[in-house]
Design a binder for this molecule. Structure first.
Ligand SMILES: *Cc1c(COP(=O)(O)O)cnc(C)c1O
Length: 416
């Protein structure tokens, strides 16, 4: 079984080198010289594995890509400039005007606006449904949606999807499933559960230090039999699959998105992400234990006017699924609903230990009021769907002592 011990060994052993420079090397060059005209031709044809030009990859990114592909159980990966870069890359690589995306569950604000505003401007339509509305999901799949997008844990709704069940449906109806696993690296393995592509904002848990903006998409192998991409609705990538075989997801994304839009990771950012990855397993294990501890203390001791949401609590609507599928945790987030914006501001401004910022998955504990910041542009109906109420504070638990974190929230809410 892939537990935290497995990942500690995998990550630490695969990042450093035993010969030569031990730490990953940063290769900042934008261009790479070719040995001769024949090699140049081979590199451009994808037949020679050597750097082409930094917009489509560099050796430091390649190191990060191989480590994260192994971590997610994928065949390969593409590092991007940010998490949104990874999501933009995979959506634009596969979608065109007239296609429809089905979005399941709550979404990170940037993904929500990418789909509902930007992609829509380019003619890609969308529909949304709740995580457990399987009848709706199946009807949409039967009607021929081109792609299904979901998060392993809704941010900030904290709804937990049944990834396996949704993946099975997508496989039956030959529809691409993309899972954003930003909140639960090492805890959830979407490719093993049947997803086709996993995306991460490596800015969050993977890096952990608030020092490197980055993203990554990880791909499964193209199958020899019963490959969903060979369905006629994906006919515009059949030529690439025929030529590139099981690795085809990578040239599909590189040739149809990265090359033309340039959402590429930079070597220094990838180096910092690799440093973060060395300790990812230790941090994820500790933080996921701490979140449940803090949630329990806060639910017991906060005034009744503040409600705590975390799937580890029996009061959560996804508690059963948490016990079944998320036994090692569901990421660094918990939320507090203070009932009103004023009360939320009062609580936040009395906190001593917390950093108020828009990030999550950091080594420090972070908090942010939702409707006045990330969701300020969204109308009431959308906020309801995304599970964002007026008094909602999102908290991302860090590496500090969990009792000390809880005590800070208790003192700050004493008068609410
Ligand atoms: C932050 C985040 C993103 C976007 O990542 P950036 O690196 O900020 O572009 C996407 N999905 C989730 C779940 C996130 O938390």
């Amino acid at each position: 079984m892939k537990d935290f011990n497995y990942f500690n060994t995998l990550l630490v052993q695969s990042i450093g080198s035993k010969v030569g420079p031990v730490a990953p090397t940063i290769v900042p060059s934008a261009a790479f010289g070719y040995e001769d005209a024949q090699q140049a031709e081979g590199i451009f044809a994808g037949e020679v594995n050597s750097p082409l030009y930094a917009r489509v990859g560099n050796p430091t990114n390649a190191k990060l890509e191989s480590v994260v592909a192994a971590m997610e159980g994928g065949l390969g990966a593409i590092a991007t400039s940010s998490g949104m870069g990874a999501i933009s890359m995979v959506t634009t690589a596969f979608l065109k005007a007239g296609d429809e995306v089905l979005c399941i569950g709550g979404f990170f604000g940037g993904t929500y606006t990418l789909i509902t505003e930007t992609m829509k401007r380019f003619g890609v339509t969308n529909s949304f449904c709740e995580v457990d509305d399987f009848a709706h999901i199946e009807a949409k799949l039967k009607a021929g949606v081109k792609m299904v997008l979901m998060e392993s844990v809704g941010n900030p709704s904290l709804r937990l999807p049944d990834i396996k069940k949704i993946a099975d449906l997508c496989n039956v109806h030959k529809t691409l499933l993309i899972v954003d696993n930003t909140a639960t690296p090492l805890i959830v393995q979407p490719l093993e559960l049947g997803a086709d592509i996993v995306v991460h904002s490596s800015t969050k848990n993977m890096s952990g230090h608030s020092a490197a903006l980055g993203g990554i998409a990880v791909f499964r192998a193209v199958k020899e039999e019963n490959e969903k991409l060979l369905h006629e609705k994906y006919s515009d990538v059949h030529k690439i699959i025929k030529k590139m075989g099981k690795k085809a997801f990578i040239p599909i994304c590189k040739k149809r998105a990265l090359r033309d839009m340039g959402m590429t990771a930079n070597a220094f950012g990838s180096f910092l992400t690799l440093l973060g990855l060395e300790t990812l397993s230790l941090r994820v294990e500790r933080i996921n234990k701490s979140v449940a501890e803090v949630a329990k203390i806060l639910e017991e001791k906060l005034p009744d006017s503040v409600s705590v949401n975390h799937p580890s609590l029996t009061s959560s609507e996804d508690h059963e699924r948490y016990k079944l599928d998320f036994e090692q945790g569901c990421g660094p987030l918990l939320t507090l609903d203070c009932g009103s914006k004023e009360k939320a501001f009062t609580l936040l401004n009395k906190l001593n230990l917390v950093t108020q910022t828009a990030n999550i998955g950091d080594n420090r504990t972070l908090a942010l009021h939702m409707t006045s910041t990330i969701y300020s542009d969204f109308n009431e109906e959308t906020r309801q769907f995304l599970g964002v109420d007026e008094g909602l504070i999102r908290v991302s638990i860090g590496l500090e002592d969990p009792q000390t974190i809880a005590d800070d929230f208790l003192q700050a809410s004493a008068e609410l």
